[in-house]
Design a protein. Structure first.
Length: 473
């Protein structure tokens, strides 16, 4: 195969793809059922491989039927957008293909990761902090819970964990499911994650947290871990860290901040107050692959105390890899991974490019776009907010004229939006109420992108209403 020819053709495909994404007529997705995609793309691997042209054709098809998350009408997930310097950084990271375990193999990337951890700790106010890049926010939450368990039960690293210790973790009832997964993986058990009541805005109620902790102590259990969510997955609510920190200090419990979704708000002078008290936490999960628009995966676990992460590792007596010869700590010694992608590199390239102020502006813009979207909902007679907007998520419903089941109507509306391919948003349940959730995660959104979204939504809603009227009439 002529690799250079494939490379040139691939770059021209990338250019065409990026140009198309700028065009407001380009669909976010060419929706197809699994069987239809299977009929278009030849998935099995053959013995002899494919020709150069067949290979290039597969590249086209891959892009054509993948969701275009860089398109500004992709408002579905907590991540979106196309970040040019980070994309280039990621290509170069793949090109060099170094692994983050040692300075020997990844000298530049090691220094980059150290610098990113230092910078991120300075925002968190962790003056003697440390951290490590992990493979996602869920894993950051896992390593945080793992570190908390090892603090109260250091012997469990060698002996394993016994249920006689009755460890209990406490999270917002609207916290991410990864805490239950973490408890499951750690042998603590998902049932031992206590879900604490939240208020009408989705923020944990500190008095309820304290009540639950005290009741747990009364039962002879050992509360060891509390998580403040910043921001919650559906509503974007920020738990009150300051108040939670007082409770955790009183009971000597590890306090973790799950900023997997909204942690990047800490970059904004205007909105950082949402995370007041962050410097009092023991650990902080921060996902640059969400609001900083770094390509997946780019996720960090910061810890307040240096040495905590190394303490998690039972045996680093691995002289075939860690030689300690370069007067710098090998980062593999504080990670539960061995081979590890250099995810800090794409973040560094992007942060270098935009600068501290540039990123601050991007985060401010996300909040402004959420405010703008909220205003669009409030001004339209047929749209209603389902709860007060907390940050970057706007949750709302469409109310048709006719007497109809609002959940069924809004579910159908979001499905017809998705299948039209013009805009994609997600939905979730607030109690029994189905709400459409628009997330402003793409730092380059403008009011006209939000307007286009609402035009598309209202057009689909009108079509759906007409069909229903015909059926009922
Ligand atoms: C609050 C919260 N925590 C954790 C996660 C998990 O992050 P990741 O998808 O990077 O594993 C998410 C993902 O949406 C989240 O919203």
């Amino acid at each position: 195969m002529n690799n250079l020819k494939i490379l040139e053709e691939s770059f021209s495909k990338i250019k065409t793809y990026l140009q198309a994404n700028e065009n407001t007529n380009t669909r976010v997705v060419e929706f197809k059922k699994p069987s239809e995609i299977q009929a278009i793309i030849d998935f099995p691997i053959s013995a002899k491989g494919v020709t150069e042209n067949e290979f290039l054709d597969l590249l086209d098809k891959y892009l054509e039927y993948s969701v275009k998350t860089g398109n500004k009408q992709f408002l579905n997930q907590l991540y979106s957008g196309f970040n040019f310097p980070a994309f280039i950084g990621d290509i170069f990271a793949t090109l060099a293909n170094t692994s983050m375990y040692t300075y020997e193999v990844a000298p530049v990337a090691t220094l980059i990761e150290n610098e990113m951890i230092r910078l991120m700790n300075s925002y968190a106010g962790y003056t003697h902090g440390d951290g490590v890049f992990v493979s996602g926010g869920s894993n950051a939450n896992l390593v945080a819970m793992f570190s908390a368990r090892n603090r109260v039960m250091p012997e469990s690293r060698f002996e394993g964990y016994s249920q006689i210790h009755k460890l209990k973790a406490f999270v917002n009832e609207q916290a991410h499911y990864s805490f239950e997964t973490a408890a499951n993986v750690l042998g603590i058990g998902a049932k031992n994650v206590i879900k604490v009541k939240s208020d009408a805005n989705g923020r944990i109620i500190p008095a309820e947290l304290e009540k639950e902790i005290e009741a747990s102590i009364q039962r002879g259990e050992k509360p060891f871990f509390v998580a403040a969510t910043c921001a919650t997955t559906l509503l974007g609510a920020y738990d009150p860290i300051d108040e939670m920190a007082i409770i955790c200090k009183k009971h000597n419990i590890w306090l973790h901040a799950d900023g997997s979704f909204g942690g990047s708000v800490i970059l904004s002078d205007k909105h950082r107050h949402l995370m007041n008290g962050i410097e009092k936490t023991d650990s902080f999960a921060w996902n640059p692959h969400k609001l900083m628009n770094i390509p997946l995966v780019c996720s960090v676990l910061l810890v307040k105390e240096r040495g905590v992460l190394q303490h998690n590792i039972t045996d680093i007596n691995t002289d075939y890899i860690f030689h300690d010869i370069d007067q710098i700590e090998d980062l593999g010694k504080k990670s539960i991974q061995c081979g590890r992608r250099v995810d800090a590199v794409k973040l560094w390239f992007a942060w270098k490019y935009f600068g501290l102020k540039g990123y601050q502006n991007r985060i401010d813009n996300l909040m402004e776009m959420a405010q703008y979207a909220e205003a669009r909902v409030m001004e339209h007679p047929k749209l209603e907010l389902s709860s007060n907007r907390q940050s970057f998520a706007v949750c709302f419903r469409y109310k048709p004229n006719s007497e109809t089941d609002l959940n069924a109507f809004n579910l159908a509306l979001r499905e017809s939006m998705r299948k039209s391919g013009k805009s994609i948003v997600n939905y979730g349940y607030q109690g029994k109420i189905l709400v459409i959730r628009l997330v402003t995660a793409n730092g380059e959104l403008t009011p006209s992108d939000i307007d286009l979204f609402f035009n598309n939504l209202l057009t689909e809603a009108k079509k759906l209403e007409n069909t229903q009227n015909l059926q009922h009439g």
